[in-house]
Design a protein around this ligand. Sequence first.
Ligand SMILES: Cc1cc2nc3c(=O)[nH]c(=O)nc-3n(C[C@H](O)[C@H](O)[C@H](O)COP(=O)(O)O)c2cc1C
Length: 170
Amino acid sequence: MHSMQTWEAITSRRNVRSYSDRPVSAGQLDQILEAGRRSPSSRNSQPWDFVLVTDRQQLQELSQVWVGAGHIAGSAATIALITAGEEQRRTGFDLGQVTMSIMLAAADLGIGSCHAGVGDQDACRRLLGLPADRSCAFLISLGYPADRPLAPIARPDRRPFDEIVHRGHW
Ligand SMILES: Cc1cc2nc3c(=O)[nH]c(=O)nc-3n(C[C@H](O)[C@H](O)[C@H](O)COP(=O)(O)O)c2cc1C
């Protein structure tokens, strides 16, 4: 099985929106979900549940809940991040940490991932059979990249290091 060091996973992760037919095994998916489960949260509140979707028809329907979610249709699997009630600031932070843990665990296996928001919350709730007091905060699609394997990105599309890093004072 392909395996990366942490730094390699961090520098290789990118949003992958086009996936190959190569299957992602149930064991790999469980490992990625376990990375999410282990994420830290404020007061260890763990304000999340995960719905794993692998059915092609369901993935296609899920891809329509947001204008920027089309890539979900071709994913090998998608994890819906479910949270309770109103999304509060702390919850948003916690869900962000879960998302990154999931994405890095996927990258470690050479598996690409992509975020998608949810526009039509009612449709999403219906598709996933969520209770009325739960909503879907985010969708994370997974699959091996169709274009090229994940590999360290030498020059990422980011603001320059010296512009964003301040030492001691602004
Ligand atoms: C909070 C958040 C929401 C995002 N929503 C979407 C989305 O709905 N659809 C999408 O294709 N990408 C989405 N993205 C992916 C970003 O566009 C992407 O991370 C950014 O352009 C940097 O690209 P990279 O991850 O490949 O480095 C989202 C990212 C974040 C952090």
